[in-house]
Design a protein around this ligand. Structure first.
Ligand SMILES: [Mg+2]
Ligand SMILES: [Zn+2]
Length: 253
């Protein structure tokens, strides 16, 4: 079942149906951004701040924020300034904390057979190290790739989309691969725009929220993942009836 969602930040219409249906959460797939969505801050920014040997990265960051360069150019340039070995980076990543509700949310998703995945414009090494430290397993991760050459980091971009000038990892590829399901996207920033524009339901905060509001695109504001958990718990088992709007308030944490 693919529900035609049209959230406006307050109410979600579950659309028109000819018959009563129970909303089937198992037909949803939920995509999480990683930095500042699952983690409490932007891990990649912190890595760059911590291990860069010069300030060239600041210039690139500004250009990227203004939309003058894409993520690939930005990341490639920024990584050239970094000096860190694999073991030092691993140690640093063990200090990163997660949103307090992420584990509970994952348990809910598993209990209700809702497929989930992490899609990140950071690097899979970084994401996996952090998840491993928090003993989180069995969540598929799609991200850019990283190799170590002593203290140099060499990036590669398996999900580059030639048609997209914005992203290094254009996350909408994964949503398109799941277009037979109801897609839910949770994210916070510029690298989430492509995915958010083709998701059925979007949870947004910070830069992504600002962007979607300016573009007049429906989304649900969230401050942390407990809002997403509350939303899904309310959605579970809702009856969907023709012309009846099922109202689910976008929870404020
Ligand atoms: Mg993010
Ligand atoms: Zn893109």
């Amino acid at each position: 079942m693919k529900a035609p969602f049209s959230g406006n930040g307050k109410d979600i219409s579950l659309g028109s149906r000819t018959n009563d249906l129970s909303f089937d959460l198992s037909q949803c797939v939920i995509f999480f951004d990683f930095d500042n969505t699952i983690t409490r801050n932007d891990v990649l920014d912190k890595i760059i701040e911590r291990f860069a040997i010069d300030d060239y990265w600041v210039l690139l960051e500004e250009e990227w924020r203004k939309g003058k360069i894409g993520s690939k150019e930005c990341l490639e340039g920024q990584l050239k300034s970094i000096r860190v070995t694999r073991s030092t980076l691993s140690r640093y990543l063990s200090t990163v904390s997660l949103d307090a509700s992420f584990k509970r949310l994952l348990q809910f998703l598993r209990r209700n057979k809702i497929e989930s995945m992490i899609v990140s414009d950071s690097f899979s090494f970084v994401v996996h190290q952090i998840l491993k430290h928090h003993k989180i397993r069995r969540v598929p991760v799609y991200a850019n790739e990283l190799r170590f050459r002593k203290d140099r980091l060499i990036p590669s971009f398996p999900f580059l989309n030639e048609d997209c000038l914005r992203c290094a990892h254009c996350k909408k590829i994964h949503l398109k691969n799941n277009s037979n399901k109801t897609t839910i996207y949770v994210g916070d920033g510029r690298s989430d725009i492509c995915a958010a524009e083709c998701a059925d339901i979007v949870f947004a905060k910070d830069g992504l929220l600002d962007y979607l509001r300016k573009a007049n695109k429906p989304c649900i504001e969230f401050k942390n993942l407990s809002s997403v958990l509350t939303f899904l718990e309310k959605l579970k088992g809702k009856k969907v009836k023709q012309t009846v709007k099922v109202s689910i308030s976008a929870s404020k944490s």
